[in-house]
Design a protein around this ligand. Structure first.
Ligand code: IPE
Ligand code: IPE
Ligand code: MG
Length: 249
């Protein structure tokens, strides 16, 4: 059983965002249809969310469906939406028991009405939960998010001609209210962000696992957290500045 050291535990990310990739390849390697991979991928969500609770990572964001995934075959898309509905129905009770608040980022109007309804209902029912935060990126694309944010910022500030500060602008992103991700994990060995949280990831640490998402369970997740905990995040400063007490730097 994988355990984090005391030192690693004191240096955990607050917000981990996961690009859950490789369900299709996982299924293919078993000569099974892609949806079999997606079904097993959903099962794995539970394992990772439980691991986050076990060690105390309060914010988890899952990239479940991108704007570009709309270009996939109809059957795959509708299968994914049914899995989403099943997952939320099944998980509501434990989300209430554990105090998990669900949020969504992405354009929910592009989901089938039954899927949109259950997402919105679950968000509403869990909005008072305060222990843990689970965000699903659904029909999400970072570029689209930014363009919408610019439009809404302009509507709210029609006479502004200057450049807004990040603090003024970032509340217009769909991630308003969430801390920036500290760690982005991508499974299945792919080194790209695929339109995920491009601005929010400005200083995120990135971890790529060769495992396909259905195999990326508790131990793999804890390994990634341990790896993160041993890194030095410098935010543009020098290593010496980081290691000095703040009042001296
Ligand atoms: C990730 O697995 C799930 C979604 C993108 C919805 P993929 O379906 O992308 O799996 P691969 O990349 O084809 O193996
Ligand atoms: C990224 O995976 C999106 C999700 C995990 C939901 P993709 O499989 O769609 O990414 P690309 O197309 O390989 O970049
Ligand atoms: Mg993929």
């Amino acid at each position: 059983m994988n355990q984090l050291s005391t030192e690693e535990k004191s240096n955990l990310p607050r917000h981990v965002a996961l690009i859950m990739d490789g369900n299709g390849r996982w299924a293919k390697s078993r000569k099974m249809p892609r949806l079999f991979g997606h079904r097993n991928g959903v099962e794995n969500v539970r394992a990772v969310v439980n691991a986050a609770k076990e060690v105390g990572v309060p914010y988890i964001t899952l990239y479940a469906f991108s704007t570009e995934n709309q270009n996939r075959p109809k059957d795959e898309k509708s299968g994914l939406m049914k899995l989403l509905e099943e997952f939320l129905k099944k998980e509501l009770r434990s989300m209430m028991e554990d105090g998990i608040r669900l949020r969504a980022i992405g354009d929910l109007s592009g989901l089938p009405p039954f899927a949109r309804r259950i997402v919105e209902d679950t968000i509403e029912q869990t909005k008072g939960n305060k222990n843990w935060n689970l965000t699903l990126a659904l029909n999400y694309g970072s570029r689209q998010e930014v363009l919408h944010a610019i439009a809404r910022y302009g509507q709210d500030n029609p006479s502004s001609t200057g450049v807004p500060s990040w603090e003024e602008f970032s509340p217009y992103l769909q991630t308003a209210g969430l801390p920036d991700p500290d760690l982005i994990i991508r499974t299945s060995g792919e080194f790209r962000l695929s339109n995920f949280l491009l601005l929010q990831a400005a200083y995120a640490e990135i971890f790529v696992s060769p495992l396909h998402w259905p195999d990326f369970g508790r131990d793999a997740f804890l390994d990634a957290l341990g790896n993160y905990a041993r890194r030095e995040r410098r935010f543009g400063k020098t290593s010496e500045q980081i290691q000095q007490p703040a009042h001296l730097s």
